[in-house]
Design a protein around this ligand. Structure first.
Ligand SMILES: [Zn+2]
Ligand SMILES: [Zn+2]
Length: 154
């Protein structure tokens, strides 16, 4: 939902409230593993001055990503306080705040999300979750000599 800027342009320098629900779906420019669990709620205020809209808002939403090691889904609540400027083209009646809101959300995310710091991840050989089975091992080179040893001992 774009922001109607007419009232801001008619009252230059005057701060007016903003309350927007932005739909992040279909933007096509999100990092691959990022999913929005809800829309982006943008509230705050803005004022226009000489073709620029000065925005100061809270940005709230909830996103889901996957643990970089074990791929378990991780949900996080986003609550940011952001200030930014948006150029208002001459004659425009609305501006889209979604690019700025998305950039703020994406920029606030940990580039390497982990379900927990000591996550063991997945077995590189068979893909088993090593958090569920910490003693799991299917490294073939280790297994062969052990089997031979068992054989010789028996
Ligand atoms: Zn994990
Ligand atoms: Zn394995």
């Amino acid at each position: 939902m774009p922001l109607d800027v007419a009232v801001f342009l008619e009252n230059p320098g005057k701060s007016l409230p903003i309350d927007l629900h932005l739909d992040p779906e279909g933007t096509g420019s999100l990092p691959g593993d990022l999913r929005f669990c809800e829309g982006i709620h943008v509230t705050g205020e803005a004022f226009a001055q000489l073709g620029t809209l000065y925005v100061r808002v809270s940005i709230r939403t909830e996103v889901e990503r996957r643990c970089r090691r074990c791929l378990v889904p991780l949900r996080s609540a986003i609550d940011l306080h952001e200030s930014f400027e948006v150029d208002v083209p001459v004659g425009a009646i609305s501006v889209d705040l979604l690019p700025q809101a998305l950039a703020a959300v994406v920029g606030s995310l940990d580039p390497r999300p982990l379900c927990r710091r000591e996550c063991r991840g997945l077995c590189p050989t068979c893909g088993e979750d090593l958090n569920a089975d910490p003693v799991h091992s299917c490294r073939a080179p280790d297994e062969a000599p052990r089997r031979l040893g068992d054989f010789l001992r028996s």
